[in-house]
Design a protein around this ligand. Structure first.
Ligand code: BG6
Length: 483
């Protein structure tokens, strides 16, 4: 058997894409509540108020806020060992600046954690997953301002203390390296520069992003130390959107360009969080971007060194190629752009499907850092068709999803055989939820179908897809039976 005993099989969600109840229980608006719905070709908009005629899909999302008991029972039925979720910062501190937390929000997560434990499921909590209090964007331009560090730590202290005995696994920031891309301004850093409206084409100030990331690094390092003081058993990880790149050709210029892109997009953030210091090539990145080194306060370097993470987690969906030939450079239609790989097929959203790339990536990460690794997002966003059996029962046949997952689990198995210390796997969007990049409900990832459309119309009933039963068997056999 390849997967170790105690391997953490499960699924993943984020509050802003799953929970709904956006203005209930004392919750304040987060950045995600200010984003409209879009499609693969028609971008989401970021608005500073809720405009008539526009639709904001994260407000209702999958309505986990009112369906949590049923949803957690479904996870239990599949045999989940772990459930990755985020706490919505604005449920605890509605504007991010209150001195006292919102008790109703804290009580909600108490219930969720208790229900999970009753099913034998361990929570894995992302502290900040693209849901910064919008008030902090408006007042401080998000993480561009150093004062966010203390506000984040107040939030961390509140939840670490409250859930000291209910949560062991934590992630400080979802896909922190999203801040290395223009798209990450608003989503990852809460930075909204004057004139931004189109989510895929934000007004960019790279200097602010480099500074905002520095603030997040310090915040993360201080959170790791704080968490370990509150409960020495806490396991606190980083979370990287792993962007796997290959050189398009064996032209040495492509090889070097690819190496530099991997350093910039993946390793820059992880090196700080895992190794506790900026890497040697950071100056090369700043120079290439035409920015200055981030401003640091005395003591920042020591904080980074003391607050290194316990494990490395990442999302993996696709791979791309790097080419120095301008005609090739942006030929793939993926959100994370790159040159098209002629050996790979793509999803309906243009994400190139590459299971072998997961084995490669796991070895890259483990080889570099030698700390436990966890795949906390992976899956296939696809259109599903709800059908009715002869007896009227709802059925969703999703062999394409099973096939995608099977191949990726096989790739993980191979990586474990290679010697990678892999802790677990949480499939993204285990119950259908709103897409982060497009705001669609129709881009479905789940084992469980949620009967709602892109405008939140539907019964919100939950239906088991074919993949539900398949995953149940994968978990029951600890990854042995993938048929
Ligand atoms: C990751 C995010 O980038 O990818 C999730 O952490 C997101 O929030 C997931 O939902 C899948 O992307 P999308 O755009 O299909 O929702």
């Amino acid at each position: 058997m390849s997967f170790p005993q105690g391997f953490l099989w499960g699924g993943a969600t984020a509050a802003n894409q799953f929970e709904g109840g956006w203005n209930e229980g004392g919750k304040g608006p987060s950045g995600a509540d200010m984003m409209t719905n879009g499609t693969h070709t028609n971008p989401r908009l970021i608005t500073t108020t809720w405009e008539d005629g526009l639709y904001y899909p994260n407000h209702v999302a999958s309505d986990f806020y009112h369906h949590h008991t049923e949803d957690i029972a479904l996870m239990g039925e599949m045999g989940f060992k772990v459930f990755r979720m985020s706490i919505n910062w604005t449920r605890i501190f509605p504007t991010g600046e209150e001195t006292e937390p919102n008790e109703e929000g804290l009580a909600f997560y108490d219930t969720v954690f208790d229900e999970l434990h009753a099913q034998g499921i361990e929570p894995l909590v992302t502290i900040s997953h693209y849901e910064l209090p919008f008030a902090l964007t408006q007042k401080y331009n998000g993480w561009a301002d150093r004062r966010l560090i203390d506000l984040y730590l107040r939030y961390c202290e509140t939840i670490f203390t409250r859930y000291r005995d209910k949560v062991t696994y934590w992630l400080t920031f979802n896909e922190i390296n999203c801040g290395m891309m223009q798209l990450g301004n608003f989503m990852g850093l809460g930075i909204l520069n004057e004139g931004t409206r189109d989510f895929t084409n934000q007004v960019d100030d790279p200097q602010l992003r480099i500074q905002g990331l520095h603030h997040q690094f310090v915040a993360s390092a201080r959170a790791v130390q704080l968490g370990h003081r509150i409960n020495p058993n806490f396991k606190i990880g980083c979370m990287i959107a792993y962007m796997t790149f290959y050189p398009l050709t064996c032209n040495p210029a492509d090889i070097v360009a690819c190496q530099q892109q991997m350093d910039e997009l993946n390793n820059y953030c992880a090196d700080v969080q895992v190794r506790g210091a900026y890497p040697y090539y950071a100056e090369r990145v700043w120079k290439r971007w035409g920015v200055d080194a981030p401003q640091m306060e005395p003591g920042d370097k020591d904080e980074l060194a003391r607050g290194t993470v316990d494990f490395y987690s990442f999302s993996y969906y696709q791979s791309n190629c790097v080419s120095t030939d301008p005609a090739q450079a942006q030929s793939s239609g993926n959100l994370i752009g790159g040159a098209k790989n002629p050996y790979l097929k793509a999803s309906d959203w243009g994400w190139q499907i590459d299971p072998d790339g997961l084995r490669y990536t796991l070895n890259e990460i483990y080889g570099r850092y030698q700390i436990p690794v966890m795949v906390v997002e992976n899956g296939l966003g696809a259109f599903d068709t709800l059908e009715r059996a002869d007896d009227g029962a709802p059925v969703i046949h999703d062999p394409y999803r099973i096939d995608y997952l099977r191949q990726h689990i096989k790739a993980m198995e191979a990586a474990v055989e290679d010697g990678v210390d892999l802790m677990g796997y949480t499939m993204w969007g285990c119950i259908d939820l709103v897409s982060a990049s497009t705001g669609e409900m129709g881009k479905r990832y789940g084992f469980v179908y949620v009967d709602a459309d892109d405008r939140s119309q539907g019964s919100f009933e939950r239906y088991r897809k074919d993949s539900f039963y398949w995953y149940q068997q994968v978990i029951a056999t600890n990854g042995e039976n993938l048929a």
